[in-house]
Write a new protein. Structure first.
Length: 379
């Protein structure tokens, strides 16, 4: 059996090696390492895939969040509502701009923002909401957008884990994750469903004026060369990374299908095990399974992780310490936030390997290993 990885990027690369090698060589021979042709072509192709007017590539997903808030003109002291149960970059970008992160709890099934709690957290200082499509499950965007419209708030989608996911509205219309709010942000970190071979990110919007502002902020605040209208930053997607992403983008739906097949196998295997709650799939969310995350009920997570390691099965905890308990946010009084679902999830979740190259032998071994541990440690 091939050694199991959380994400097997080496085997994925080998399947597309000739195309990738040729594309990278073309960039090297052109020497157009910054803003080369593949960057614009990738942006255009991703626009078409997402059915959105503007895709603005940038250096990474964290930059995308920061640029979005700068482009919207958020000011120090403004409040931004976001979940605590997420990767730290979501809230870090807020605090970096001297905005105040206001943490709310998540739905215990979807792990995404609890909409009722969002509305209760709104104050006169609230300017934006940052939902996170965690693990590849799209947040419940229709009611969230209604709350935002009611209170005249911006919505910035953290779509780092759900590129290719989709949301179905009550009228039957469907939109891709990241294209529903005022701005969508994503990451092309190598382990993402659409990943490059380094760092990369992008912002999405249908607003022409906002797109122009995003482009200006991401390029030193320039409206024209050497004319700097606002304080900006320097955040670009490398041409080499764009070349890789152009090859992977046509394969994204195939990659998602493969991930969902692994998730289906896990779901079926663990369906009747009382110590396990498998990931929920809301009817209006096309889950793309960036992670396959279990909740453990009455089982010792640390012991399970140790057991799996002995069986050469990797696993990860996403995330063991929520944002509101992190030292970096103490000065916001974040420890005072009452987020019982978040606090509970951080002690119960564990993510199993899921990727596009997983074969049946690996999958069977992972399932057997988890079941063996739980049979030895019944609830």
């Amino acid at each position: 059996m091939v050694p199991i990885q959380m994400v097997d990027l080496k085997r994925q690369y080998k399947k597309i090696k000739p195309q990738v090698d040729e594309a990278l060589l073309e960039v090297l021979e052109s020497a157009a390492f910054i803003n080369g042709g593949p960057v614009q072509r990738f942006a255009e192709e991703l626009q078409q895939y997402l059915d959105i007017k503007h895709v603005i590539p940038c250096a990474n997903g964290t930059d995308a969040l920061q640029i979005a808030m700068m482009a919207l003109g958020l000011q120090p002291g403004d409040e931004v509502i976001t979940p605590s149960f997420t990767f730290i970059a979501t809230a870090e970008a807020i605090a970096l701009l001297q905005l105040k992160p206001v943490f709310v709890d998540v739905d215990p099934k979807t792990y995404c923002l609890d909409i009722a709690q969002v509305e209760r957290a709104i104050t006169p200082k609230t300017k934006a909401i940052v939902p996170v499509h965690l693990y590849g499950h799209v947040a419940d965007m229709e009611p969230l957008m209604a709350v935002a419209a009611k209170h005249n708030l911006y919505v910035i989608e953290d779509n780092a884990q759900a590129i290719g996911g989709a949301y179905t509205f009550s009228d039957g219309s469907i939109k891709k994750a990241g294209t529903i709010g005022h701005i969508g942000c994503t990451s092309f970190f190598p382990s993402k469903n659409l990943g490059c071979y380094g760092d990369g990110g992008a912002l999405f919007t249908n607003d022409d004026a906002l797109a122009a502002q995003i482009r200006m902020v991401a390029n030193h605040g320039q409206s024209a060369r050497y004319y700097h209208d606002v304080v900006g930053c320097n955040s670009r997607l490398d041409t080499l990374q764009a070349a890789v992403l152009r090859i992977k983008l046509p394969l994204l739906d195939e990659y998602i299908k493969a991930r969902r097949a692994v998730a289906d196998a896990y779901d079926a295997a663990f369906a009747e095990i009382p110590q396990i709650t498998t990931p929920y799939r809301a009817p209006n969310s096309h889950h793309v399974f960036h992670q396959y995350t279990l909740q453990l009920n009455g089982a010792d997570r640390n012991e399970l992780q140790k057991f799996l390691q002995e069986k050469q099965v990797p696993s990860m905890i996403y995330y063991p310490v929520p944002a509101h308990q992190q030292k970096m946010f103490e000065h916001f009084g974040s420890a005072s936030f009452d987020l019982p679902i978040t606090d509970q999830l951080t002690t119960k979740v564990i993510s199993l390997p899921i990727h596009t190259e997983m074969d049946s032998d690996q999958l069977d071994h992972i399932i057997h290993s988890v079941k063996s541990f739980l049979n030895q440690h019944p609830a």
